[in-house]
Design a protein. Structure first.
Length: 312
């Protein structure tokens, strides 16, 4: 074999090995959460500089009732339920974001509590106190949230009123859940804040914007690793398709300065949706910052949406 041919072959093999290793390490970093079981990540650290300090203090002071489900793939997922002092069958089920846990939802828990709802706040699979190390990016989680809705329907009755609310990855979760045929009819509304339309598009965008990693060949390789280790390919995670299957009234929220989930996702989702819908777009807000940007307006929009559906 000529030296030039050997050099080309060696370069090709080294390059291919580099692509494989880089893709695998990126997959591990983005999809697998190897933090210690039971305390993978908690959002407990806050001080007076935290804009949500009062809401977090309220959240920490509430009496919490533990709830759990066992998923079809054998994971135990855990949640806390905060009840209203007066009995009600209204329940808001909240979904946190990527690499967070139920503490992230403190501001939204208080918001729905003030609206008169009981509040269920789960830890997603691979997060917080829930089992698992695979991050589902909303796709694996969609069936988990169907189960949470079924559990709340069993507990509060077939005449219960459930609302699904999520931010970021949790927003993708509740949108994906809304397209599942097994979702109970008790789920009367979905509210998503800063959700993405596709797992593969979001992973590709984050890889490019944060790590300067090109889509090809890294993303197809990462999707292959996900299929082998996580049980699903990123290409399967079609949130938009789930939204097209949904007839549950939905409020879509996004910030125009979002550099985590491009605002384009909001426009794609909202324009394609065929259910009864409402939009709240905040041009000046970054990722999941619409509430912080104008609290009074955010609360008023949610009140308007829920009131139109007779859910307040």
């Amino acid at each position: 074999m000529k030296r030039s041919t050997r050099r080309l072959l060696t370069t090709t093999l080294v390059g291919s090995a580099g692509f494989l290793l880089g893709s695998y390490l990126t997959f591990q970093g983005s999809t697998m959460n190897w933090r210690k079981d039971s305390r993978k990540q908690r959002d407990l650290n806050f001080d007076n500089s935290d804009p949500w300090v009062l809401e977090k203090q309220w959240f920490q002071a509430q009496k919490r009732e533990p709830r759990q489900i066992t998923t079809a793939d054998g994971l135990t997922l855990r949640a806390i339920l905060i009840r209203q002092p007066q009995a009600t069958t209204k329940v808001a089920i909240l979904a946190h974001g990527y690499h967070h846990s139920w503490e992230q939802m403190a501001p939204y828990a208080k918001l729905f509590y003030d609206f008169g709802y009981n509040v269920l706040v789960p830890d997603a699979r691979g997060h917080g106190d829930s089992d698992g190390h695979t991050i589902g990016f909303g796709w694996l989680d969609r069936k988990d949230y169907v189960q949470w809705a079924q559990l709340m329907t069993q507990e509060f009755g077939s005449s219960a009123t459930l609302v699904l609310f999520g931010i970021s990855m949790g927003a993708a979760t509740v949108m994906a859940a809304s397209g599942e045929a097994a979702l109970p009819a008790t789920v009367k509304a979905v509210i998503e804040d800063s959700g993405f339309s596709s797992v593969v598009k979001e992973v590709s965008y984050r890889a490019r914007s944060r790590y300067n990693i090109p889509t090809y060949p890294f993303i197809p390789l990462m999707a292959l690793f996900a299929k082998q280790q996580a049980g699903y390919s990123y290409y399967q995670g079609d949130i938009l398709k789930q939204v097209l299957h949904s007839q549950t009234p939905t409020l879509f929220i996004h910030g125009g300065q979002d550099d985590y989930v491009p605002p384009k996702a909001f426009h794609v989702l909202y324009n394609a949706a065929t259910m009864r819908k409402m939009a709240y777009f905040v041009p000046q807000a970054n990722h999941i910052e619409a509430y912080m940007f104008n609290r009074a307006r955010y609360e008023a929009v949610l009140r308007e949406f829920l009131s139109k559906l007779d859910l307040l």
